[in-house]
Design a protein around this ligand. Structure first.
Ligand SMILES: Nc1ncnc2c1ncn2[C@@H]1O[C@H](COP(=O)(O)OP(=O)(O)OP(=O)(O)O)[C@@H](O)[C@H]1O
Ligand SMILES: [Mg+2]
Length: 144
């Protein structure tokens, strides 16, 4: 599924938030979105915007760096916001019980630092790559 990611680069954090809100109209329950990008690339900002677009309070959204997964209520479905930075192997995903969220029909998964879990993610996973560029950030989709 090719997403509309709007004009690039995304010039500032406010525009990144707005892009997230735009994405909220394009993804939903059952989808898994993997957010690849270096430290500070804007992954959490994008997630916060997306969640805001789903009616979740922006202040409720923070990177689950230590919890691994935060769950938010979007009304019709749940949002599982993961940060796998501290994960060492894909098996840890199962050990933490997080694999049950992946592709669950009543959940949207948004995953920061997803690379370690690549082989555990559904083939339909939407891969977004964020990068720091002069004048902001780029967000591109890896359509395979
Ligand atoms: N498009 C943008 N242009 C410029 N700055 C941005 C943009 N998007 C987000 N930022 C800023 O970049 C910083 C890092 O953002 P954020 O925390 O979302 O990154 P992250 O990829 O989640 O980082 P981490 O790897 O630590 O989880 C914040 O100060 C945020 O406001
Ligand atoms: Mg983050």
């Amino acid at each position: 599924m090719a997403l509309d990611l709007g004009p690039q680069p995304v010039p500032d954090a406010e525009a990144m938030h707005a892009l997230g809100q735009h994405l909220a109209r394009q993804v939903g329950a059952g989808d898994v979105v993997a957010l690849v990008g270096d430290l500070g690339a804007g992954k959490t900002t994008l997630v916060r915007g997306l969640c805001t677009g789903l009616g979740i309070a922006p202040d409720d959204v923070s990177s689950p760096t230590f919890a691994l997964c935060n769950v938010y209520d979007a009304g019709a479905f749940q949002v599982a916001h993961m940060d796998l930075y501290r994960l060492e192997s894909p098996d840890d995903l199962q050990a933490a019980g997080l694999d049950e969220w992946l592709g669950a029909p009543d959940a949207l998964c948004l995953i920061e630092w997803p690379e370690v879990a690549r082989r555990a993610l559904p083939t339909a996973t939407i891969w977004l790559h964020l990068a720091v560029v002069h004048g902001g950030r780029t967000v591109v989709q890896n359509v395979t």
